[in-house]
Design a protein around this ligand. Structure first.
Ligand SMILES: Cc1ncc(COP(=O)(O)O)c(C=O)c1O
Length: 525
């Protein structure tokens, strides 16, 4: 609660103070703050590698250091920045850190930061062309640059959303509208609608279920097909599953094929899936959130095979193509199909909405839209196609280097009192910047769980051990890796996407992983 004294102080402010309360920071002061901030950003970027990658605080520790009540009076920027240094920066997982090897790595670059900064003072709302022609037209331009880089046919038009989850939801809304016309108008209740089914692999992202929940399709109507030994959808099962569903009265609505799955970056057999979709008249959505960007590499042409037969494709440049979060593009074959489902002009925008102009509010549920295209324009111009491609190639090189170290790891470890062999195994083929692997022992009391030799109990213990290795590394603040499950077994996972991560960092991370695994193997919990 604000004390009475503070209220009295507020009441006795001079007229001049009050005048300042109504407006903005005086220009000279703002300039000074900006210079200070520029130095802060440059220092942060230069020295990020010296920070802990992640904190080791207990939940609630940061909140306990912050005032529970909002300030009554404004505070100086210097004080706020000081608190950012003191309280916020140490309590962060630093995704841009060179030793951050979680998820898919991360897309921070200096030009990307400049792009983000530039959009702050402009701060427009690009609902319609009229509310900001530059934002609207630049969005169309950068979407088309990306389309050309990916060699997508020009019948695909796109829209920028925040995330792939939102993109897939919009794509499936169009599929639903086309399969059950007038759903937009009449909704789902008290209508004799088909019971839809969506098909995807057991390695696909849960965004499929989220979309089904949102669209009233129901998460249980997302059918997950098993994947093969390389974590790709088992195509031989798709036709029979669709046939069985039809027989049981369901209507197949869409297939989601993944190009770069979340766990292992595997790629579904898109051309074969596309053929079935065409033959069965089912919507084909391609989830290229992570892997789609690799189609920019001439030698990765294989990842985009069959895309020309898709109805919709999602690409997340904030995962692979160096645009800062959030920036995801949904391409739809004939974008008008998307517009028909979502166009709606509120009266207050009537004067700023001319049908013939591109009004991006018509291409999704979101009305207010930030100027996302600007940061993509800045980073993509700064790197150029060549700069993007060479960085992706480096990620692939590093991933393969690590995979080689893992494959060849079968070393004798000599401790103060014991000797044992340390073994890691690659858990999935490496095709992009992701490496999945597992420590398999031997561990005193657990043994060696090499291929085919693990009993379920041994494998369970190794699951826990692999999780503990990840947790211990992350708690150390020296590196950050993630874990996932493949074939029901826990594996460690490294994502190489960060431009600051060099071979030297990777070597260091590999050493930390081995040492942590060996220490835990000697003393399993
Ligand atoms: C293959 C794939 N699809 C979709 C998503 C969801 O992405 P977003 O966070 O942009 O919704 C992810 C996230 O990791 C992903 O890996």
């Amino acid at each position: 609660m604000l004390g009475c004294a503070a209220r009295r102080v507020a009441a006795t402010k001079t007229m001049q103070d009050r005048q300042q309360d109504f407006g903005d920071t005086p220009p000279e002061e703002f300039r000074k703050q900006l210079h200070e901030l520029a130095d802060w950003i440059a220092d942060f970027r230069e020295h990020i590698g010296e920070l802990r990658v992640a904190p080791n605080d207990k939940p609630g520790a940061i909140r306990a250091k912050l005032p529970a009540q909002a300030p009554e009076e404004g505070e100086p920027f210097e004080k706020i920045l000081n608190d950012i240094n003191r309280l916020i920066v140490p309590a962060m997982v630093h995704w841009s850190h060179p030793m951050f090897l979680g998820y898919f790595g991360w897309t921070t670059t200096a030009p990307g930061i400049l792009g983000e900064i530039l959009s702050a003072p402009l701060n427009v709302n690009a609902m319609t062309w009229r509310t900001c022609p530059a934002a609207t037209e630049l969005e169309t331009v950068v979407i088309d640059w990306l389309r050309q880089w990916l060699e997508l046919p020009d019948e695909f038009g796109g829209v920028i959303y925040d995330t792939a989850s939102v993109g897939i939801m919009h794509a499936l809304a169009v599929a639903r509208e086309e399969a059950a016309p007038s759903t937009r108008k009449l909704g789902l209740i008290n209508r004799d609608l088909p019971r839809f089914r969506i098909y995807t692999s057991d390695e696909a992202h849960s965004a499929a279920e989220k979309a089904a929940i949102t669209l009233g399709i129901g998460e249980e109507n997302v059918r997950r097909l098993p994947s093969d030994d390389q974590f790709r959808m088992k195509i031989s099962l798709l036709r029979p599953m669709i046939a069985q569903d039809r027989q049981e009265g369901f209507q197949p609505l869409a297939v989601i094929a993944t190009v770069g799955t979340t766990s292992s970056a595997s790629v579904d057999p898109v051309p074969e899936i596309a053929k079935i979709c065409r033959e069965q008249k089912i919507w084909l959505h391609i989830d290229g959130a992570y892997g789609g960007g690799f189609a920019m590499l001439p030698e990765y042409e294989w990842v985009s095979k069959g895309w020309e037969m898709a109805d919709s494709i999602v690409i997340n440049p904030h995962k692979t193509l160096f645009v800062p979060l959030d920036f995801s593009v949904l391409y739809v074959r004939d974008l008008e199909r998307l517009r028909r489902v979502f166009t709606l002009v509120p009266e207050v925008l009537r004067g700023d909405t001319i049908e013939g102009e591109k009004n991006y509010m018509d291409y999704g549920i979101q009305l207010g839209r930030r100027f996302r295209a600007l940061k993509a324009w800045v980073i993509w111009r700064s790197l150029g196609r060549e700069g993007i491609v060479s960085r992706l190639r480096e990620q692939i090189r590093l991933a393969n280097l690590l995979a080689g170290w893992i494959k060849n790891d079968d070393r004798e470890v000599i401790g103060p009192r014991e000797r044992f062999r340390s073994r890691f195994q690659l858990s999935a083929p490496v095709s992009m910047g992701v490496v999945c692997f597992r420590f398999v022992g031997p561990v005193p009391g657990i043994g060696d769980a090499g291929p085919g030799s693990a009993t379920p109990a041994t494998a369970d213990k190794l699951d826990r051990l692999n999780s503990e290795i990840v947790e211990r590394i992350n708690a150390s603040g020296r590196a950050y890796v993630t874990q996932t499950k493949l074939r029901g077994r826990t594996v460690m996972r490294i994502g190489l996407g960060n431009v600051l991560t060099t071979e030297e960092h990777l070597r260091r991370a590999w050493k930390i992983i081995r040492e942590t695994a060996e220490a835990l193997a000697r003393n399993p919990k």
